[in-house]
Design a binder for this molecule. Sequence first.
Ligand SMILES: O=C(CO)[C@H](O)[C@H](O)COP(=O)(O)O
Length: 210
Amino acid sequence: MAKLQVAIDLLTTEEALALAAKVAPYVDIIELGTPLIKNMGSSVITAMKNAHPDKLVFADLKTADAGELEADIAFKAGADLVTVMGAAGNATIIGAVKAAKAHGKGVVVDTIGYPDRVKRAQEVIELGVEFVELHAGLDEQWTAGYSIQVLIDEAARAGVPVSIAGGVNIDNVTAVIKAGAQVAVVGAAIYGAEDPAAAAKALREAIDAA
Ligand SMILES: O=C(CO)[C@H](O)[C@H](O)COP(=O)(O)O
């Protein structure tokens, strides 16, 4: 069954916990966004895991170097999954995977900005990562002409476990899952909704029906 990951791109632990409390019944993975972790430090990871021990807590570190060290910090704080950039060297990804194995946790590679996301996904899966995030970041989403269809097409031909992030919403989530994504990552369409719980519930139902 495909998973729903809520990306919490808010800026304080208090706001993140309040949102997570509303949407937790409908999501499998709670992602702490990079700006949130930069603003609050690893204490937000611990706070979220303590509040939701039954959920996978995803620390979107976007590590570019010192993979083992940065991943170890997040796993010690309570993360179940951490991200390393696909543009990082393989040594960085291998280091993070080493830390993950030591903690019984996992690494996700984020392909933001990588020219050939599918090729990199196929390469890094061999390094022991859990799955690869086919990701158009916020800046790319705000570029004229952006369409999530690019990511959906990439997922359909990746042939390795992937998530899709970059403007997933209720209108496209079925296509995201039908393309083969194992995880749909949803940020603004949940945290920016008038009723985040209702938005998460609708996404959950669409994923389960896909
Ligand atoms: O990691 C991120 C940005 O770097 C976001 O969390 C991710 O893109 C999902 O958010 P949205 O659904 O708003 O695109």
